[in-house]
Write a protein that binds this ligand. Sequence first.
Ligand SMILES: NC(=O)c1ccc[n+]([C@@H]2O[C@H](COP(=O)([O-])OP(=O)(O)OC[C@H]3O[C@@H](n4cnc5c(N)ncnc54)[C@H](O)[C@@H]3O)[C@@H](O)[C@H]2O)c1
Length: 390
Amino acid sequence: MTRIKDPSAAAAAEADLPWLQRYIPLTRRVAADLSRTTLRGRRLGLNVHLDIKMVPVVEALVQAGAQVVVLGCNPHTTRDGVAALMAARGAKVYAWAGMTEAERQEGFRWALSHECEFVSEMGGELLAAVVRDGSTSRQTLRAGMEATGSGILRLQALRLPVPVFNWDGLTLKQGLHNRYLVGLMVWHTFINVTALTLYARRVLVIGYGLVGQGIAEYARLLGARVMVCDIDPVRLVLARQQGGEPVSMREGLARAGVVVTATGCDRVLGADDFPHLADGCILANAGHSNLEIDIPALRRYPTREVRPAIEEVAVEGRTVYLLAKGAMLNLAAGFGDPLDAFDLTSALMLAGIEFMVQHHAAFPAGIHLLPSDVEHRIAVIATGPLSPSQ
Ligand SMILES: NC(=O)c1ccc[n+]([C@@H]2O[C@H](COP(=O)([O-])OP(=O)(O)OC[C@H]3O[C@@H](n4cnc5c(N)ncnc54)[C@H](O)[C@@H]3O)[C@@H](O)[C@H]2O)c1
């Protein structure tokens, strides 16, 4: 049984679809070519951000005959209209905005009861739940796919009984999406939410992977002075090479007007760090976890909402501001990736799912980079006459 907040919310989300469809030619093409023979009757679990851009993916899988079970991978990014629209288009959905942790766990149990053969997700939590499950869902699982660095870290810690395809490591995902789109959209959302510029602001980026590099680069383009903190000294050399100032955490916190976390790890900014923040500092997170900034520890200080998606926190005589409750800023308080750019990602996801169902039996248990043939196919279409820039 589907469990969503409001079935009637589907109509508003549906009104957005024609504009979206116009700008996702690659996804439409891959969707049209999906093999019904491969997908018909297959039980597929998706644990993804329930953003409008995921609707064509779900719809294509349903139309190809798959039985699609959907969870939202982050209650801060779930849109109730999108959950309702996916249900209206034939998926079974268990998700609503602002679910509690207990409700999320209930959602995982609900998904396990569907005994999915294949899982495609963002964050690795459904696969982890299946792997730890004592019931038949573990026996039924054939393969998985993971889209995020945080999810790959989570899955690496498990003894996986099936092959899991990492598509976060592909050039189209890392080199374009992670490196450029997140940075662009984090600052777009920052400006929308705060109504502030970055001119002459000191920005501290914590975590200088591709996501952090994109965030740093766009901050510089928008006039910020960028400091970088990373536990990996090699990444710090890279940051210096690219115009950033490597700093220790304490030094960065004392000087930064804006702090953005992008590490893929929990509590990188924790209780011991908060008293070192400069007065007026604005905190935001771009990493997958809602706990990169230790929100429960920050909430021990007096907190009040001062604008939508901005909370003011009184930390030992100073005032700091938290954006989007510490969830991924660009998704929780913005519209995530631009539609045309995300076309590559959603096309890749659909093609990857088809590959996983067709070829999983040829791979041993464990994590494998999704073979580059899949992204090559998408890249060939993308640079041909269907190019989104046409
Ligand atoms: N907001 C979005 O839309 C979006 C999109 C893609 C990926 N992500 C997420 O962004 C995060 C980062 O992704 P990535 O591909 O850059 O990862 P990455 O693993 O390449 O880089 C993370 C960096 O953080 C550093 N780090 C880890 N712990 C740290 C600590 N305590 N202090 C300082 N530095 C630390 C690591 O050394 C590494 O250099 C992941 O959680 C990923 O899922 C977000």
